[in-house]
Design a protein around this ligand. Structure first.
Ligand code: G6P
Length: 498
């Protein structure tokens, strides 16, 4: 696989210069790309999340300048980054804690998040949370309007900021706006449970370009805009546009990706080889296979059914006893929400039950590690894992699946991937998993574990080619091209209504 780096003279950087000369990037996302934190001994230090989004946007912002607007509960922060050689500005809006709670733990994560993942019984839409959501979105829009020129690209992210495009236009901003929706867009019958759906659709349709992870999400959005707002669909050779109240918005399915070159570089580093040797001995893997799950402890990830599936596998195949281990990395997340705390307890209970039921001296079938690991630590685990298990019930994309594939520079390993994760659309050579029932999960795991080495190699080769075709740099280039062709001056007159 010859993945291209997102740094240096990567193509998105060149495209930005050609398509938007003189523009800066004004990014808004709930989370900041850098954080000032305090070390163990009270010393100030910087944290830099290794996420795909930061990996993609940081090089462009460093080259062309710009502002990244984020939010947090408490005090406002202004940071010039990267700390060692400041090139752009991070402005973290300080939100009153009770407002932030209603916005983040309420409307965003107890409302939109479960609804968009079709887990309707978990979704709550309280009027007071909606007020806070609008308030925070308005603050984002006001700050963006202050810092953005009409030539700059405003690039908004995800379900936390659905009202920002509309508010920005209301404030008189005329420049290009792109909004990328990272999670699934739900079918219209599900969306109708959202009391404010029309306002949210209207808000989003003030953007010039709207991106989604899958064609399913684009179709669902188009259907909702048509049925709920009466928006007109314009189909053109280069994709779909929606015409609503005189504004044309271009839609695209552009699955996000990872900095594959960076993952490969780490996977080949001598330090990783050392780590692999140490981990193999520490986990006692000389004579047994490793199954690996890496997820935030989120109920959309299907972790309980996955563990139950592993338990079934052990019941069905006694020959695997002592010969296989499951390592689940569970990153704590959104712990102020009860559903998340309950999920974490349920996962812990299952791990204990499985170990009590199947374990014996010298063999612990499941280990749960509840913390965030750095990318270099994860890559060593990816290299070690015979099977990576991604069994989300529903997932916008799932970058772990892509990271695992990119890390397998040795061509080994097997990916078991839920067919309902967005990534499955690109990674169809994975071993498919049906995530809801433990019996089906057990079947999927058995299929991967007992497959021939030829089959595993063939699948991994195809998966690696798929990841190399669409890296984070490709993703960003597509966003820039999409936004350019959706320039505000386009009236849609040449398009054919259907
Ligand atoms: C998903 C969402 C992101 C979010 C991330 C972590 O990937 O699409 O918008 O930032 O989860 O969740 P958190 O609530 O910790 O930001």
């Amino acid at each position: 696989m010859a993945a291209r780096s997102s740094s240096g003279d990567a193509s998105a950087v060149n495209l930005m210069q050609t398509l938007f000369p003189g523009a800066r990037l004004i990014v808004a996302a709930n989370r900041a790309p850098y954080r000032r934190a305090t070390g163990l001994h009270g010393e100030p230090r910087w944290e830099r999340p290794a996420g795909g989004l930061t990996a993609a946007l940081d090089p462009l912002m460093q080259r062309f300048g710009g502002v990244w607007v984020a939010a947090q509960a408490g005090a406002e922060q202004e940071l010039a980054v990267p700390p060692e050689d400041p090139r752009y500005q991070v402005e973290v809006l300080g939100i009153a804690p009770e407002v932030y709670r209603a916005y983040y733990s309420g409307y965003c994560n107890a409302g939109l998040w479960p609804l968009c993942h079709n887990l309707v019984e978990r979704a709550h839409f309280r009027p007071s949370d909606w007020i806070a959501y609008r308030q925070v979105n308005r603050l984002f829009a006001e700050r963006i309007a202050q810092v953005a020129n009409a030539d700059d690209i405003v690039f908004l992210h995800d379900y936390q900021l659905a009202m920002v495009p509309g508010y920005l236009r209301g404030l008189g901003h005329t420049g290009p706006i792109a909004h990328f929706w990272h999670i699934p867009w739900p079918p219209t019958v599900v969306l109708r449970l959202l009391p404010e759906r029309r306002l949210i659709l209207q808000g989003l349709l003030e953007a010039d370009w709207l991106g989604f992870q899958t064609e399913d999400s684009v179709d669902a959005f188009v259907s909702a805009a048509r049925k709920e707002l009466g928006a007109r669909i314009l189909r053109e050779a280069d994709g779909i546009r929606l015409l609503y109240q005189g504004r044309v918005t271009r839609l695209a399915a552009v699955p996000i990706s990872i900095d594959a070159a960076r993952v490969e570089e780490i996977a080949r580093a001598p330090l990783t080889e050392d780590r692999i040797v140490k981990l193999r001995s520490r986990l006692g893997l000389q004579d047994s296979a490793l199954l690996l799950g890496v997820d935030r402890l989120d109920y959309t990830k299907g972790i309980p059914a996955r563990l139950d599936g592993f338990s079934r596998l052990l019941v069905r195949y006694p020959s695997l006893h002592g010969k296989v281990q499951f390592l689940q990395i569970g990153v704590p997340t959104r712990t102020e929400i009860q559903d998340y705390r309950r999920l974490a307890s349920a996962v812990r209970r299952r791990v204990q039950d499985i170990n009590r039921r199947h374990g014996r001296p010298g063999w612990r079938p499941v280990r749960l590690v509840e913390r965030n690991l750095r990318l270099d630590q994860l890559v060593a685990l990816y290299r070690l894992a015979d099977v990576a298990v991604v069994s989300s019930l529903y997932d916008g994309l799932n970058l772990v699946a892509k990271e695992y594939v990119a890390a397998r520079v040795d061509g080994g390993g097997a990916l078991c991937l839920s067919e309902t994760a967005g990534a499955y659309q690109e990674l169809r050579d994975a071993f498919p998993l049906s995530p809801l029932s433990p019996e089906r999960v057990a079947e999927g795991l058995a299929r991967a574990l007992f497959s021939s080495s030829e089959e595993r190699e063939r699948r991994m080769k195809a998966l690696r080619a798929a990841v190399a075709r669409n890296t984070i740099d490709t993703w960003l280039s597509r966003v820039l091209q999409g936004l350019r062709s959706a320039a505000p001056q386009l009236s849609g007159e040449n398009a054919t209504p259907v």
